[in-house]
Design a protein around this ligand. Structure first.
Ligand SMILES: C[S@@+](CC[C@H](N)C(=O)[O-])C[C@H]1O[C@@H](n2cnc3c(N)ncnc32)[C@H](O)[C@@H]1O
Length: 332
């Protein structure tokens, strides 16, 4: 494969990541109610299942962001024009939407180096193969990084002649609570240089009926995606979850202002985690929260930018104003 891959993925860095994974599971299952972070879902298959979600007709964030890029790509190119740029796609997945921009930027003659970063090594490898057939190294220089967001950012090729343009798309920031999103953005700000840009996708608050439809597809792709978390627990921690004894549903919670995904146990059961030498009990219909997708308002987004050292350059909306890609510049 002509494109370079920097591999920092968990399989390569061993024990420490296993301990981190085990700690997150023990903490989450010891709580009442039980809650597990959604990043536990993202191995190669989890990342693949998420791409299937983005193809669902009612999953609005993906459709809206496509529309935004088609309609506003010239404006984004205008912001970046006049200098060499490193486009860093955090949690790139298959970069389906980012590729719309890359194609346009190349047509406009922008000098770009593309750096996708994703925890899923498989996703990055597949993406590099797609870039190879769609563009080729001669027209689009790219370096893929398989690893965690911030480890990846520490390992980007050093090129002081280029400004950074960090894309954090698909409403991925919304998987964090507001305080957690603040911490993430403060850390991102520390990593970047004055004048660099970020573009963040935020799913906006809207009619809860639309939200319900978006997160509960009739074909059960969301359910398969969420239940895949149990596969990871079985594989990594020697647990004996039987997925047929759990069901999943997404709900908008007006208190947390997020769509939360819950896995429900359809019976009283005890799950044995051999690698942890622990058992966890699940009561009949007991729920375990697996996803949190916060729905933002514009004033919250503006406060997040101002509070963490960013200046807003532009809000790019879809026609229905259900989603915004907000372009910010780093102030130091
Ligand atoms: C919600 S999906 C978004 C994918 C894509 N950017 C899009 O907009 O369709 C989140 C992506 O982030 C990756 N991911 C999750 N946790 C990560 C982490 N800690 N570091 C790097 N990538 C991560 C997942 O593998 C997945 O591809």
């Amino acid at each position: 494969m002509p494109y370079k891959l920097i591999n920092l993925s968990p399989q390569e860095s061993g024990d420490l990541n296993d301990q981190f994974f085990a700690k997150a599971v023990i903490d989450g299952l010891s709580r009442s109610p039980k809650v597990l972070p959604s990043w536990l879902i993202f191995d190669d298959k989890g990342s693949d299942l998420f791409q299937k979600i983005t193809e669902l007709k009612d999953y609005q964030p993906a459709m809206s962001e496509f529309e935004i890029f088609h309609n506003h790509k010239a404006r984004i190119a205008e912001v970046l024009s006049g200098q060499a740029v490193q486009i860093i796609d955090l949690g790139s997945g298959d970069a389906r939407k980012t590729r719309v921009l890359l194609k346009y930027f190349l047509e406009r003659g922008l000098d770009i180096h593309f750096i996708p970063i994703d925890i899923s090594e498989g996703a990055v490898k597949n993406l590099l193969a797609t870039l190879d057939s769609e563009f080729g190294e001669a027209s689009l220089p790219a370096t893929g990084i398989a690893g965690d967001y911030f480890e990846g950012l520490e390992n980007i090729p050093h090129d002081s002649a280029r400004k950074n343009f960090v894309c954090f798309l698909g409403s991925t920031l919304g998987n964090r609570t507001l305080p957690n999103a603040e911490t993430f953005l403060a850390r991102l700000h520390d990593t970047l240089n004055a004048g660099d840009w970020v573009m963040i996708g935020f799913d906006l608050m809207k009619n809860p009926k639309i939200l319900y439809k978006a997160y509960n597809d009739p074909g059960g792709v969301f359910e398969t995606f969420n239940l895949h978390l149990l596969d990871g627990l079985n594989q990594k921690l020697g647990a004996n979850f039987d997925k047929s004894q759990f069901v999943q549903q997404g709900h908008y919670n007006w208190r947390s202002r997020a769509v939360e995904s819950h896995i429900y146990s359809t019976r009283n059961q005890t799950v044995d985690f051999q690698a942890l030498n622990r058992k966890f009990h699940f009561g009949l219909w007991e729920s375990m929260q697996t996803e949190h997708s916060y729905k933002y308002t514009l004033p919250e987004i503006e406060a997040l930018a101002a509070g963490n050292g960013f200046k807003i350059v532009e809000h790019l909306f879809d026609e229905k104003q259900h989603f915004v890609d907000s372009v910010w510049q780093v102030i130091k």
